[in-house]
Design a protein around this ligand. Structure first.
Ligand SMILES: [Fe+2]
Ligand SMILES: [Fe+2]
Ligand SMILES: [Fe+2]
Length: 484
């Protein structure tokens, strides 16, 4: 073989590997499929865990990262499903648990009661094991015959490395050095699971009795949204962003601040969608893939708001980003009803006074960053309306029925707190106040003044005096008041 050369020394075999890598027998189709099914199962369970833990995780940065990592895992699981289908595999058996130890591993991580354990389980145990498995696949298989899988492994490795590097950094900042010791018994269970089933090897070398700890009782999803201490007044509905935004007497530039607020407030959409995804079993896989894509978009929109405020020189802790929407929906409606509300709201974003209006305002403000945020926010919401048509509307006889049902579900949430004359008050404005959860303080002047200082402009007295809360927003304006 020493003598073998390509034409004029060009890279051989389309550049996919060395002669050694394309000439070894590698893995048979059967061996390859057995491994791919394990990777697929791992991504599927990781997607489930990341999603289920978004709502009740208080730390904003972790919420955002879990949203991204859930999306990535769903995408890789999807690609691997397609691959299994290419390998003489019907029936695909993609719902079969490939090994009981793997099931225990992911059940344990899903059910762990603390953020610290969650981080350690995901980023120090499960993801590194999956990384090693994919690296072994690349080392073991024939890169020519199994090129399709090789490509999927390489793409997946790129993102697994991103996830691990985020996770290890998070562990170094959040997990006290003594903690792994405290959880050493539990972490040993995870190690035992991984030893019992090398992700890459269908024939386990070590057999140990695996006993469940956290997952001895079945996991129960926690639907109550939580926020970290920077969200100081999470029931505050003291500043009505939409009334300001749609009032023609106000100039566009301060309106960009209101749009940053609306974007940042979109944290509540992942908190709400995570519950729909987690509590709706038995859908075709692409339902979970598409819903997770949307969930991640909503998380990105929240971060656009964060970036916008920082760029405008505003400390966003002064902006009272509430969770009243996700809280009300998660505690009052069934998953299908929440999906109906989401669909109803997102259809309402499409007419001319919705996302297009926000983009026009941002363009008129002269802030190119605000404009590009709204440009993409609009594009994403168009996609979400389609995801709604694909996965919500399909179950209804006609579109009108579907919208009506969403409207009814939404109204039920709105109505729950009101008395006769306040029956259309939005989601408990009065209730939150009467229970002493918030005073609905008007935070707008502080935020506006801070931005004006940074912009080097005199505050506009009319803008500064803005003081409309959500108390009197009527149901006939409700298409303007939702999140999403
Ligand atoms: Fe958005
Ligand atoms: Fe949204
Ligand atoms: Fe959306």
């Amino acid at each position: 073989m020493k003598m073998y050369e390509s034409y004029r020394g060009l890279p051989m075999f389309a550049g996919i590997g060395t002669f050694d890598e394309v000439s070894r027998p590698g893995l048979s189709v059967e061996q390859c499929v057995a491994r791919v099914k394990r990777y697929h199962y791992a991504f599927k369970r990781l997607h489930q865990i990341f999603t289920a833990r978004i709502t009740a995780e208080p730390i904003y940065e972790l919420k955002m990262a879990f949203s991204l990592h859930a999306h990535m895992c769903a995408e890789h699981a999807s690609a691997l499903r397609v691959r299994v289908g290419e390998m003489r595999e019907p029936p695909l058996g993609l719902d079969v648990v490939p090994h009981p130890a793997l099931e225990i591993l992911f059940d344990e991580i899903l059910a762990d009661p603390t953020t610290e354990e969650l981080l350690l389980g995901l980023y120090e145990k499960a993801l590194p094991a999956l990384k090693r498995a994919l690296e072994h696949h690349l080392a073991d298989t024939n890169k020519l015959v199994d090129h399709r899988t090789v490509r999927l492994c390489r793409f997946a490795l790129l993102e697994i490395e991103d996830m691990i590097s985020f996770g290890l950094c998070a562990i170094s900042k959040l997990v006290d050095a003594a903690i792994p010791k405290k959880f050493s018994l539990w972490l040993a269970v995870l190690d035992d699971c991984l030893a019992a089933v090398a992700l890459r090897d269908p024939n386990p070398a070590v057999q140990k009795d695996l006993s469940r700890q956290h997952s001895a009782k079945p996991y129960v999803y926690d639907p109550l949204p939580k926020r970290d201490e920077r969200f100081r007044d999470p029931y505050n509905m003291g500043v009505n962003a939409e009334v300001f935004l749609y009032d023609e007497k106000f100039p566009p530039r301060p309106k960009t601040l209101m749009m940053f607020y609306k974007r940042l407030r979109e944290i509540d959409v992942p908190e709400m969608m995570a519950g729909i995804i987690t509590q709706t079993p038995g859908k075709p896989w692409n339902y979970y893939r598409d819903m997770s894509r949307q969930l991640w978009d909503e998380a990105r929109h929240a971060m656009m708001g964060e970036v916008g405020f920082v760029k405008a020189g505003v400390d966003w802790r002064k902006v009272m980003v509430n969770f009243t929407w996700s809280l009300a929906l998660n505690t009052q409606l069934k998953p299908i009803e929440r999906h109906a509300v989401l669909y109803f709201i997102e259809q309402g974003l499409m007419p001319k006074n919705g996302k297009r209006f926000e983009w026009d305002v941002a363009l008129a403000s002269g802030d190119p960053l605000a404009a590009v945020f709204q440009d993409y926010d609009w594009a994403d919401e168009v996609l979400h309306a389609r995801i709604g048509r694909d996965w919500y509307l399909k179950d209804f006889g006609n579109a009108q029925e579907a919208v009506k049902y969403g409207d009814q579900c939404w109204s039920r949430v709105l109505m729950r707190y009101g008395d006769e004359c306040l029956s259309k008050v939005l989601m408990g404005w009065r209730q939150w106040r009467d229970e002493g959860l918030t005073q609905h303080r008007n935070w707008w002047p502080d935020v506006y003044l801070e931005a004006c200082k940074n912009w080097g402009v005199e505050p506009d007295p009319a803008v500064l005096a803005y003081d409309t809360s959500y108390e009197t927003v009527r149901a006939d304006l409700k298409e303007l008041t939702g999140s999403a």
